[in-house]
Design a protein around this ligand. Sequence first.
Ligand code: ADP
Ligand code: MG
Length: 730
Amino acid sequence: MKINDNLIRDSLKKIFGFDEFKGLQKEVISNIFENKNTFVIMPTGGGKSLCYQLPALMKEGTAVVVSPLIALMKNQVDHIRGFSNINGIAHVLNSSLTKDEQKKVKDDVNKGITKLLYMAPESLSKESNIEFLKSNNISLLAIDEVHCISEWGHDFRPEYRNLRLLADKIDKNIPIIALTATATPKVQSDILKNLNIPDAKIYKASFNRPNLFYEVRYKRDSVDSDLIKFIKNNSSKSGIIYCLSRKRVEEVTNLLQLNSIKALAYHAGLDSKTRSNNQDLFLKEDVDVIVATIAFGMGIDKPNIRFVIHYDVPKSLESYYQETGRAGRDGGEGHCLVFYSYKDIERLERFITSKTNSEQQLSSLLLEEMVSYCETSISRRKYLLNYFGEEFDNNTGDGGMLDDNMANPKEKIDVKKEIIILLNLIDKTKQIYKSKELIDILIGNESSVIKSHKLNEKSFFGIGKNYDKTFWTGLIRQLIVARFIEKNIESYGIILINEKGNKFLSSPKTFQISLDHEYSDDDKILTHIKGGMSADLELMSILKKLRKQISNKLNLPPYIIFQDPSLEDMTLKYPITISEIANIHGVGEGKANKYGKEFVDVISKYVEENNISRIDDFVVKTAGSNSALKLYIIQSIDRKLSFEDIISFKGLKMDEFVKEMESIIYSGTKLDISYCTDDVLDEDQQTEINDYFMEAESDDIKLAMDEFDGEYEEFELRIYRIKFLSEFAN
Ligand code: ADP
Ligand code: MG
């Protein structure tokens, strides 16, 4: 049946309240009305749901919608019920329903009330459900997140592979509409094959997200401080940080909290209440940052996520595209940053070896693409889009944001000769090798494969020795993007020559590339300089003078303002903002706000007058192994728990506990323990110790012990010192 355009436009307005179709929606819907098979590939947020919802609501009978997640299904059902005053218009049918509830659903379908019936593939495969559907008029079968069909995608779900069989059982002629937000050419062909819909009309929207900025940074030893710095420079913006393990999520969350960033964790190890609570707080913007495993994000529709950071490299470019896709859904800026290090890749590879052989090859191949993305020096966007089978010309200047490589282009070299060498080699070796073996031949590396194939005896062995592995790896990657060659996925990555490559061989032209990035621990040098650096003595004396002035004015001892090591650190790092000074050794947020202003003013002036170039690096409070403990202590003291309760709950010795509190205090965080000091010392004693610390040169406990000559226990003095410093210093 051909459908009248005006009719569907009217329904769009009447049911959904929208004036215009988005992207290819109208074309997709017309195709569905002709009862044809349809395949929709649109990025997240592209408006896929409406493509089947609108025809389902208009057509006779019930549409069956397959979706992998119960939470997503419930969401959609609520959404559709919102358009109607009949609740039965949309239902979920699954085994979590009670007998009565299932009966109600089936009654509504039998009566023809239900237009959309959501089912997980597992429920669909139940014989009783098949029988039930068979006895009803099923208008269409929509399969959402259809990439789950393919092992080559990022979310393989074996149950998805039975859908064709089940559809046939219900009705062989049922029109199928398949939808996904990611499909590489290989995944796409898998889907068509498995669903046996070779005739399906494919509607593919561009995957370009012009408002996203892509960046890869080397994951240095100081990655934590790089992370904090990035977030502080984007303060109060919403962002997601993805980590690969639950443990890492906890660590990074602690790190952020310790550095006064409003952040919460999200991973499958948290109970569902905490999880949904944390998610809500993020959606409501009570926290800025959510630190999560990949468990977080499906179906999250927060429009103003301004950054997505991958603290660990994801396992595939598909996942990466999905996860970064959550940034900037409102069309505003979205910064996508990966911290990349080959060490992480090796760790992931170790995981892979626990899988079966073909799974291993597959995972390695996906990972290899991720590595290529990170190391390439060509436009990240171009690389990403090419991976999804889309040619992207970055010279068109579409006004979109660029990426780090385009913003910072590397010098280019002409590689005409080298391309000829490479293409000839692929040709001579009969197009049966992967890039690793080709590179071994080029640089003359006698690996076991090379020896067993006797390639080391050939005249071309070592023909590309003038260049190293990095060069050839980069060249191969770039020629894939330029479509001179291709990586055959079926055969796990064998390199074949394409038409464009053959053309080049018959009439070679100049061809320029820039070399791939070689990430290494270049900041070691910096650490070395730092270690050997001495304080700026001139600034030191200026700061000491300032400290004295303030201490006189406030009638407090100088060390209360800032201790000497803090001043020393300032002379090394030259903090010129309050947030920078808060990151100085022994200075916290509280102290920075209280005393920081005058210091940063003086330092700014000094930096300017003396033309000082500052080390562009924050000092970040590190979440050492004890950060969780510190956080617990801070929170418990906030709640005024007794010391005994705290130490017995955590199994600490009193001395360890006091040490932890001291370290918290000296890193600049307030601990108001006055509710406990009264149990230890009476009022007169407290006054006496207070007077001493007010007059003293320093807060050294040995000096205090000497002064009181055995009158107090060391423990008592240390406890009081915590109270004292907290009151005046932080
Ligand atoms: P996808 O499944 O492709 O990720 P959704 O179907 O969830 O995307 O749609 C994303 C958003 O776009 C939803 O908020 C939806 O209401 C909105 N939307 C869909 N179609 C239109 C349209 N024609 N006009 C305006 N908004 C639309
Ligand atoms: Mg969707």
